[in-house]
Design a binder for this molecule. Structure first.
Ligand SMILES: [Zn+2]
Length: 111
């Protein structure tokens, strides 16, 4: 009955969209006396990115350690590909093919 029951800790990591710094709750932020285990939501409101000083609202939830990288973020952001129209996707695809062909042609020309 004395077995440790860890508190339900939201261990979601948050990534700074400005510089890519990732806040990991398991590590905390020793530079600002944030003890390990501090959830991002529990950080002081005036906490800022230790790298670029971006405010908390510049961070996006990228899920806990071990989850597919950027899974939650991809639902909203991704690389923008999911929001392209089919026509725009075709331009990307054929543009890529054209570049590949040009690359191959130049490769053979060099030889
Ligand atoms: Zn930052």
């Amino acid at each position: 009955m004395t077995a440790e029951t860890p508190d339900v800790a939201p261990l979601d990591r948050f990534e700074c969209r400005a510089c890519g710094y990732i806040y990991e709750p398991a590590k905390g932020d020793e530079n600002r006396s944030i003890p390990p285990g501090t959830a991002f939501a529990d950080l002081p409101l005036n906490w800022r990115c230790p790298v670029c000083s971006a405010p908390k609202k510049q961070f996006s939830n990228i899920g806990p350690v071990g989850s597919p990288s950027g899974f939650k973020e991809n639902l909203n952001y991704g690389f923008g590909v999911n929001r392209l129209t089919p026509g725009q996707k075709n331009i990307l695809i054929f543009g890529g093919l054209a570049l590949a062909v040009l690359f191959l042609l130049s490769f053979y020309n060099v030889r």
